[in-house]
Design a protein around this ligand. Structure first.
Ligand SMILES: *Cc1c(COP(=O)(O)O)cnc(C)c1O
Length: 459
């Protein structure tokens, strides 16, 4: 064994080889030496475990190159999302429109009028342009933009009800994956949660009886990731607004996703629209930028001017504000809503949502021969009807009928299946599918770059 250790070349001698000299010019001396040291260590470990040199030890330059490439790979890799979930939170939710991508790049490349007024060279407000746009689109009086909808809820509560009581129905004490739970956000915002009603039924009188001197807000939370069915009763926004007016209390709504267009015109299930709540008289509505809106991560609050001003002046706003890149992308996304007839073409989220099953099936037929050629020996390749979900707490029980390519291992082995789905995730552009009933399902609803897909399957 000690003989094997002696066969390992020193870093100095390696650096004298022409192929490694070239790598040093390309990647820099410091980085290459670090990689070579790592390789030596891994070679020594290999010898200790296997009493032989690692297979790559006859090509240090080639292996060093592959290690350098691996190290320089981004931790934020583009993937093909064929998981069947359109707005996949772990995959970054909405895919932005080209106009939004261009706007973000412009804002990154050059100084911009973020808080600068061209009229008098004085200070402007960073939310102004977007607030005007949102007011046009929704009929609201004013708007405020923060980092995400969780931040929007936190800011509304902290600014409008510090040390005070906020009334929420027990049927709406939502947890949105991770740590966002309405009762906890209340605590963080310094408010007292006053739960009313029961899990399945809450009446207007429950809210009315709970109103006390230190009540500051009536709040509704959209139950975006679950549904309560059966013997149920919830108080509508309209009823709550009437109660708010009668008792002098603002009504705020955490809408979660919301949609600025009526999805039912595309034959899709309805999602509540922020502008309808504003028209009905809700004081403030908050929703996400990267759910059904189809833009960048952001939290949007629209509503009454006097209340928005209180949010803008609260110290938390400074901590939760968004940068010029997000504002640029969000503005470009919202501008697309001025041309609703082109929206389904220009906004990827809506484009995916509105694809017909026939269209997706035709794509499946087009791709099938190539997938069959690449994987047909080990897998039975077929098309199967599937149902995609929207994800990110939008329309939780609705499914969109589509088509998936399914790969079922011919040997029926679960490990063949796992190995293949791992392999697909290790490609240059990882393909993310879903394992279900002994097969790998590749849901085609969100697939646009067919050539890339075929390349990854072949690789
Ligand atoms: C998604 C959601 C949130 C959180 O929004 P983010 O933009 O992810 O921070 C809060 N409330 C509801 C009802 C939601 O659906």
């Amino acid at each position: 064994m000690s003989n094997l250790f002696h066969q390992l070349p020193s870093v100095d001698s390696l650096l004298r080889q022409p192929a490694l000299k070239a790598l040093s010019t390309e990647w820099g001396h410091v980085m290459l030496v670090a990689i070579l040291r790592e390789m030596q260590q891994s070679a020594r470990d290999h010898i200790r475990q296997h009493q032989q040199l690692p297979a790559w030890s006859d090509d240090w330059a080639g292996y060093a190159r592959s290690q350098l490439l691996l190290h320089s790979r981004s931790g934020l890799r583009p993937v093909l999302n064929l998981s069947g979930t359109l707005l996949h939170t772990n995959l970054g939710r909405a895919q932005l429109a080209e106009a939004a991508v261009a706007a973000a790049v412009r804002a990154m490349r050059s100084p911009v009028t973020l808080e600068y007024s061209l009229d008098d060279a004085g200070r402007g407000h960073r939310d102004r342009a977007l607030a005007d746009l949102l007011c046009q689109l929704t009929g609201a009086e004013d708007a405020c933009i923060v980092n995400n909808n969780a931040a929007a809820v936190l800011l509304m509560l902290a600014a409008l009800a510090p040390g005070k009581q906020v009334i929420v129905s027990r049927g709406e004490l939502v947890e949105i994956g991770g740590a966002f739970r309405i009762p906890d956000v209340m605590t963080q915002a310094g408010c007292t949660l006053r739960e009313v009603g029961t899990t399945n039924r809450t009446h207007l009188k429950d809210y009315r009886q709970a109103i006390e001197e230190d009540t500051a807000l009536l709040m509704k939370v959209h139950t975006s990731n679950y549904q309560i069915q059966g013997f149920t009763k919830a108080v509508s926004e309209e009823e709550l607004i009437a109660l708010g007016e009668e008792s002098g209390l603002p009504v705020v709504v955490d809408l979660g996703s919301g949609s600025l267009i009526d999805l039912s015109q595309y034959g899709l299930p309805e999602e509540p629209m922020p502008q309808r709540l504003i028209a009905a008289g809700v004081s403030l509505v908050s929703f996400s930028g990267d759910k059904l809106l189809g833009g960048p991560q952001a939290g949007i609050i629209i509503g009454k001017k006097v209340l928005i001003e209180r949010l803008q002046q609260h110290p938390l706003k400074r901590a939760l504000r968004v940068d010029k890149v997000t504002l640029g992308a969000l503005e470009a996304t919202l501008q697309l809503y001025h041309q609703p007839d082109k929206l389904a073409e220009q906004l990827p989220t809506l484009r995916f949502l509105t694809r017909t099953q026939a269209d997706i099936h035709a794509q499946g037929l087009r791709l099938l021969p190539a997938v069959e050629a690449a994987c047909g020996q080990r897998f039975c390749v077929a098309l199967a009807p599937c149902s995609s979900q929207i994800g990110s707490g939008s329309l939780p029980v609705e499914r969109l009928p589509g088509t998936a390519i399914t790969l079922t291992p011919r040997d029926g082995s679960g490990s063949t299946l796992m190995a293949f789905s791992n392999q697909l995730r290790q490609g240059d552009v990882p393909v993310i599918g879903r394992i279900h009933e002994g097969a790998l399902w590749l849901d085609l609803r969100t697939l646009e770059d067919e050539e890339l897909f075929i390349r990854m399957i072949n690789a």
